[in-house]
Design a binder for this molecule. Sequence first.
Ligand SMILES: Cc1ncc(COP(=O)(O)O)c(C=O)c1O
Length: 508
Amino acid sequence: MSSSAPHPQRPPLDQATTPYATALDLHAKRDTVNLMVPGHGATAAGLSEELGAFVGPHALARDIPPLIPGIDVGPDSPLVAATTLAAEAWGARRTWFLANGASQANRMAALALASRSRGDVVVAQRSAHSSFTDGVILGDLLPRFVFPSIDPARGINHGVTPDALRTSLAEAQRAGDAVTAVYVISPSYFGAVADVAGLAEVAHAHGVPLVVDGAWGSHFGFHPELPESPARLGADLTVSSTHKLGGSLTQSAMLHLGDGPFADELEPLLERAYMLTQTTSASALLLGSLDVARHALVHGGEAIGATLRTVETFREELRADGRFPVISDGFDAFPDIVAHDPLRVSIDVGATGLSGHAVRDRLAAEHGVFLEISTAHAIVAFVGPGKDPELSRLSRALFALAEGAEAAPEAADPALGSFPALPAPGPMRARPRTAFFARHELVPASEAVGRISADALAAYPPGIPNVLPGEEITAETVAFLQTVAASPIGYVRGALDPAVARFRVLAE
Ligand SMILES: Cc1ncc(COP(=O)(O)O)c(C=O)c1O
């Protein structure tokens, strides 16, 4: 399968079309004999009957392998046309369709930055997702952290201001760091949107590209009331978890290369990183879903507008009730937040007397309401663009939980008051890659404090590493990770066991 750049003589592309998905449809309707993989032969016959019942014969007929002429072979293929349409839709020079999530986009970005040969330091927002840490390890990058603003009352991270970035880059310069790029996250898990244009200006003034992890903002730019797509604001790379809120199938994602001062240099490096990270058998269903999702977003303005109104009505209901503060209503207090994602509702659930984790668990178990994220004090509801979920079920369930807490205050979560605050990271005492591959030993948690971690450990949700390989493990971090692990829906990515009872540390 080729992901080559668009052919220079290609006729103008039409956003009304879905070239790749349509090519799959046409192929599915052909009378073919499939003597190739996948073994189900694109039909629900024979031994594939159960699979056909599970995913549907329609999906099976489109689950075809790569390298089919007329679908994904050559620079004029429908697949290249689909990626070019996506680039245009998100305001990018070039877009890659990815089959391993925005995690792959983060690893690609890190590998491309590491192969710039301009330096190994990446000035990175500390609240980067663990897949970026994976990229740091793969590419042997050295992160110099710029810390996002923090809402101390709720223990949540927001973003980085252009001024904070300027200071961090100046410090890096004074320290003699060879900086290869800047890496920030926007929007945050709570929908806080950073000043991407301002950050791009600062990064470019220092001669380095800006990478925006926009995993949670793949719908940005598709309605006047939504924030703009980072690629249009000057981001050199935009990581996009299209499956999150962009409407494609889970696991499908995109990486956008902005049309900025670093595009010529980064494009071939990204192509190499793509080869290194993309499966050689990317699912046609996943890639096709990206084509279809792009088409739906481009033409979905009216439906997105309706969703925006529905979500605002829900926020109004919470405000009128008064017991459940809408966290984004307080975003003005944070200088790094210039906008927020209106399709996300972050709710302070203090009125329930329970942690956000317990509320999320009970909403799912008792009310069939499933939420994306919880923290000690909050839950975050996401509404897909163009969707109209029954938000009244969430408000009714929350009000019932609050009434339960009013009637029986003694039932409040005793652990809530002692839920540990998000810990500050320990000092970095070894390069992440060096620590990852170093000789290590496994020690009980009580002996891990003060030792250097060989692993990245990230409490989920939301998956921001609390410890990186090479960082010293602190007592606060151990307490935090163990508390999250013990909560009903928490788990720690990278932990050796579910209770985080042991740590992998560098041998002494
Ligand atoms: C900020 C951020 N970046 C990247 C990712 C990785 O996305 P994916 O799950 O599509 O691999 C996530 C996942 O939650 C994320 O939160």
